[in-house]
Structures are given as structure tokens and as C-alpha cells.
Design a protein around this ligand. Structure first.
Ligand code: GDP
Length: 472
């Protein structure tokens, strides 16, 4: 009805136009951008989208190539539980000694930077696991440059190993495998590499392109070589940032310290952050009173790829919130207030994700080229059979991607991945577990459950052809 008023046409005409596009709409329904464009065209109007959102004012400028300088890689460690993620992070943390400094890193601030003997630096996110990684991604934060996936050589490639691989791949982040626990006589790194090869992940020893390193997070054997490989891989990525501008980056963690107030660990991604800067992070703002590195040292400024904990924000932003520096405190405060207000008004302001019902229409509109699916099943056989059949449904217009598949219930981590990668989840003889259903409802992720293989295939086929009758 709002659109009808703006174009000065009867609302029934808008409704019938939508019907001709295959959409049953009511007067008060909100239309998405594509539909609006088409409807407006019908009445010889052109739609210009302006953002009602305040995000426009915090857009970052594009840097000129000559302003860019090399920056350190930012690494996340992932892998199956008990395969040694924490041990690896701890080993690197303890053993690293920056020239002129005694002792390792004692504080946990959510991220730390290490300097190798040759002076090169690597920053690690200190929250291991793909859940944290994907949760940040679902909030729109892309922080990690490289993923180390730890696999214990005294065990197998486990479900969470596969999850970690899928999560890294879905994010387009290069993987380096750390085959761990080689100090244990029962360990068999070759068996792990063979298993990876079986998954079409050929490591270098096996003639492939993916780097891997045998390590012991306990004794440290192979860890220096692993870090060298991280730097090598990083070099290929040509990571760069402009250090000479106002800083921006991402919040890694934040909490309230009883004595000192709100402390947030942030990762600077561009520019240089300085004491006294006015910072806006998510819904909070403030002037930076103090900054500390992971060693508890006070620092005056922090450049690209540097993690620091900052003091001075008026609250605790969420992990994955972006931060920016503003010229004056008023502006930062205003935006923070507007964001809080917006969130209150639109408490269900979640990003809209694709649903099975919508696929056909989106394909017809021509803006939808890839359908991402997460597939979980009760047995390997059905998962493989469905994967095959789903992939065969790909057409010239649309590519079906199984971004993750596995045996077992639908987990929170599956839902997060779906949210971060705009995927639908298909469960075969399995159900959502724990909080997965709640999170899916909140994030508006479409979960479909089937117990008959052809029913699943037919539904997807119908959906892609725009023939699926809406789920009641
Ligand atoms: P996470 O769950 O992946 O973080 O795994 P942890 O780092 O907590 O390690 C799980 C267990 O494996 C702990 O008891 C570690 O001491 C042990 N562990 C980790 N790395 C090694 C290793 O290289 N060699 C041996 N022998 N044990 C290890």
C-alpha cells in the first residue's frame, strides 16, 4: 500500500502485478528490493534505493594502491575436540619471545600476535573452533585470513574436522593442516593424509596443493615449520592494509571488568588506532583511555592486524561487531544511539535468508545463481545418495552447492554456517538438536526434514522449478 501511494496507483493493481509474478501478497506486506523494482517498472517508475540505515555514514573509503602496506596474517585454529587446538595456541603463546622481551604471553585477551625470529608477525584468534569463527561470519565479520585445522594423528578425521573444513571452505579461507600428536607412538600421520586425499583434499606430500605439517603441540616439534608455512601461504594472499588512516576493524571479545569498566579486545584491520580516538563499536562508543597488548603492556597505538584490548567504551559490543574511529565523539555517540534505537524498533531485524519456497521466484528474477545446502543424515549411504542427486539438479541457471554434509543431528554449528553462507538445511532422518531449532527460527533459516529420499529430491526439484507449493 505504501508503494501504491508513492506511485499513485490503486493498491489492487500492485497486488495483481505481484500475482502475475507468482506472488500472493497482502496490502501490508513488505516487498523485497527485486520485486519492488519489477513492480515499479510495470508502472513506468524507476526505483532508487537509498539506505535508511545509518551504516552509510560509517562506510570505509577504498584505499589507493600506493597507500597499502603488507600486513600480518590473522589465523584461526579449528578442529575436532581434543585434537589439540588449545595446546597448539598455548604452545605458540608460551614459546614466542619478542626480541627484548622476556617471557611469553600470559594474558588471555581473545587474540594475540607473535613475532618470529626473522621479525615476521602472525596474529592468532585465541578462541579456537569453527563455531566462534562462523558466529563472527554470520554477523558479517570477515577477520580470518587463514585457518589451521588440527587433526590428531592418533585418531581419525572426525565429524568436527569435516565441519571445520566445510566452514573454512564456505568462507573461502585457505586451510593448512596441522597433523598433531606425532610424539605418540600410536600416531599415524600418513593415515590422516590418506583420509584427506579420500575427501579430495590432497596435501603437498601427496602431490596436492594444500599445505600440511606434522606437529606435536606438546613438545613443539614441527610448530616452527607450521608457522613458516602460515607465512608462506600468507605471502600468496598478498595481505595489505593502509596504516595511515583512522582505524577500523572487528571486535573479538568484550566484558565488564569490575574495577576498570568495559574492556574490549579488537583487531585492527585498517588504519592505526590511537589513545584518545573516538571509537564506535556496534551499539557502543567512547574515547579510548588506554590500550594494552596481549602481554599486558600499555601501548599508544595499534596498526593493521594488531590485537589490542581497549578501555573507554560505554558498554560491551558483541564479538563480530565492526568498529570505526570518528572525528568527534558526538557523531560516534549519535550513531551508537541510533543503532540501539533501530534494534529496539526492529527487534526481529534479522537478515533474510533463502527458503525453499523462495528459490523458484529468485531464480526467475535472475539474481540467484547458487543454492547452498547443508545436508545432514542418519547414515553415510543416504547422505552420499542425496548429495549426488542434489548436485545433479544443477542447471545452467543455478548451481547446487553442498557446502557441508555429515552424519548426525542438525547442530547449532550447522545453523550458524547456514546463516553465514545463506544456505538451507536438509535433514534426512535427523532432527535439530539442542538450541539449533531456536537459533534457526531467530535467524530465519529454512530447515527441511525428510525420511524418504525421493521426497527430498522432488521437493528440491520442484522448488528450483518454482513449482513447490508453500509449506503450511
Ligand atoms: P582441543 O579440545 O582441540 O583444544 O584439545 P586440547 O588442546 O585441549 O588437547 C586435548 C588433549 O590432548 C590434552 O590432554 C592435551 O594435553 C593432549 N595433547 C594435545 N596435543 C598433544 C600432542 O601433541 N601430543 C600429546 N601426546 N598430547 C597432546
Amino acid at each position: 500500500s505504501e508503494v501504491a501511494t508513492m506511485m499513485n496507483v490503486p493498491v489492487t493493481k500492485i497486488i495483481s502485478t505481484c500475482m502475475s509474478l507468482g506472488m500472493m501478497v497482502t496490502m501490508n506486506q513488505r516487498l523485497d528490493a527485486e520485486t519492488l523494482t519489477i513492480v515499479a517498472e510495470e508502472f513506468d517508475y524507476e526505483v532508487e534505493f537509498v539506505t535508511a540505515d545509518i551504516e552509510e555514514s560509517v562506510q570505509e573509503e577504498v584505499d589507493a594502491p600506493e597507500d597499502l602496506e603488507a600486513r600480518a596474517p590473522i589465523v584461526t585454529v579449528m578442529g575436532h575436540v581434543d585434537h589439540g587446538k588449545t595446546s597448539l595456541l598455548d604452545y605458540v603463546r608460551k614459546e614466542n619471545v619478542i626480541a627484548g622481551e622476556s617471557g611469553g604471553i600470559t594474558q588471555h585477551i581473545g587474540a594475540y600476535a607473535v613475532q618470529l625470529e626473522d621479525g615476521q608477525k602472525i596474529s592468532f584468534l585465541d578462541t579456537p573452533g569453527h563455531e566462534a569463527f562462523t558466529a563472527m561470519r554470520a554477523r558479517g565479520a570477515q577477520v580470518t585470513d587463514l585457518a589451521i585445522i588440527v587433526i590428531a594423528a592418533d585418531d581419525d578425521i572426525m565429524p568436527q574436522t569435516k565441519e571445520a573444513i566445510s566452514h573454512a571452505q564456505a568462507a573461502g579461507v585457505p586451510i593448512i593442516f596441522a597433523i598433531n600428536k606425532i610424539d605418540r607412538p600410536v600416531s599415524n600421520p600418513e593415515k590422516i593424509k590418506e583420509g584427506l586425499a579420500g575427501m579430495n583434499l590432497l596435501v603437498e606430500d601427496w602431490g596436492g596443493k594444500i599445505q600440511s605439517q606434522d606437529i606435536s603441540a606438546k613438545t613443539g616439534q614441527g610448530v616452527p615449520e607450521l608457522l613458516e608455512k602460515v607465512l608462506l601461504e600468507a605471502e600468496l594472499l598478498e595481505l595489505k592494509a593502509n596504516p595511515n588512516k583512522k582505524a577500523n576493524g572487528t571486535v573479538v571479545e568484550a566484558y565488564l571488568d569490575k574495577g576498570r569498566g568495559y574492556i574490549s579486545t579488537i583487531l585492527v584491520q585498517g588504519g592505526t588506532l590511537k589513545i584518545g580516538d573516538y571509537v564506535l563499536a556496534g551499539q557502543h562508543s567512547g574515547k579510548i583511555k588506554a590500550m594494552q597488548d596481549e602481554r599486558g603492556n600499555n601501548v599508544k597505538e595499534a596498526g593493521p592486524s594488531t590485537p589490542v584490548s581497549i578501555l573507554g567504551l560505554d558498554g560491551a559490543p558483541q564479538a563480530g561487531d565492526k568498529f570505526n574511529v570518528f572525528e568527534d565523539e558526538r557523531e560516534a555517540k549519535d550513531i551508537a544511539n541510533k543503532r540501539t534505537q533501530l534494534q529496539r524498533e526492529q527487534s526481529v531485524r534479522t537478515q533474510r535468508h533463502i527458503t525453499l519456497d523462495e528459490i523458484g521466484r529468485r531464480i526467475a528474477l535472475g539474481d540467484f545463481k547458487e543454492l547452498n545446502i547443508i545436508l545432514k543424515g542418519d547414515v553415510d549411504g543416504s547422505v552420499e545418495a542425496l548429495t549426488d542427486s542434489f548436485q545433479k539438479l544443477s542447471t545452467e541457471e543455478i548451481q547446487v552447492n553442498i557446502i557441508h554434509k555429515g552424519v548426525g543431528a542438525i547442530t547449532e554449528s550447522d545453523v550458524l554456517l547456514a546463516s553465514a553462507s545463506d544456505a538451507i538445511i536438509i535433514g534426512f532422518n535427523v532432527r535439530p538438536m539442542g538450541n539449533a531449532r531456536q537459533i534457526a527460527d531467530k535467524e530465519e533459516i529454512d530447515i527441511r526434514m525428510y525420511s524418504i529420499i525421493y521426497a527430498a529430491i522432488n521437493d528440491l526439484k520442484d522448488a528450483m522449478e518454482g513449482m513447490l507449493s508453500p509449506e503450511i
